[in-house]
Write a protein that binds this ligand. Structure first.
Ligand SMILES: CC(C)(COP(=O)(O)OP(=O)(O)OC[C@H]1O[C@@H](n2cnc3c(N)ncnc32)[C@H](O)[C@@H]1OP(=O)(O)O)[C@@H](O)C(=O)NCCC(=O)NCCS
Length: 154
């Protein structure tokens, strides 16, 4: 029987997380990440482990007292449609609640998925301006076409 668990990432997961993300970056769906970039936010990552293989990841990054970002969600193409994306979101939201975040936002090219998992579409300028700092270093800046989604936690 297949053994699946969602858990926080460990140091040994970093290369697998990078491989997952960069496979989708090759298709233009995500931004490329170097290993040092992954390690900078490794403690934000949650992973899905299936039969000792990392097949999904997502990160929850705290911005300030109120806002956290759900970012870098990816599920291996062979494992999509099994509910792993939803499990990753639930795990991140659980952590957001425990950390005291009031809002979790996401910037995404996958609006239908985020609607399905309980986020609401909001205008991009509804999000606080300081969350955009990372965007300044993106090739897609200033108009990448990502949509903003928000979930109120309390
Ligand atoms: C988006 C992604 C993480 C979804 O992961 P997943 O494991 O396939 O999602 P789930 O199986 O948990 O799906 C949850 C629900 O969302 C729906 N859904 C998932 N992806 C969808 C999509 N692209 N469009 C519409 N609905 C989608 C599923 O049908 C399911 O609905 P249901 O509960 O009514 O059956 C995955 O497709 C992925 O890794 N995509 C490539 C990387 C990417 O684009 N990441 C987002 C960067 S912002």
């Amino acid at each position: 029987m297949m053994k699946t668990q969602v858990r926080k990432a460990r140091a040994q997961d970093a290369a697998a997380i990078q491989a997952l993300i960069n496979a989708f970056a090759d298709e233009g769906k995500m931004l490329f990440r170097t290993l040092p970039e992954i390690f900078l936010i490794l403690r934000d990552f949650h992973v899905v482990e299936q039969d000792h293989q990392i097949v999904g990841c997502a990160a929850l990054h705290l911005f300030d007292e109120q806002y956290a970002e759900l970012k870098s969600i990816a599920v291996d193409a062979a494992c999509q449609g099994k509910g792993y994306g939803r499990l990753l979101i639930e795990s991140c939201l659980h952590e957001a609640l425990a950390l005291g975040a009031q809002y979790v936002f996401a910037l995404t090219f996958q609006p239908e998925f985020f609607e399905k998992v309980g986020f609401q579409a909001v205008p991009r300028d509804a999000l606080p301006s300081h969350i955009w700092t990372e965007c300044l270093f993106c090739p897609g800046y200033p108009d990448c076409g990502e949509r903003a989604f928000l979930k109120k936690m309390t």
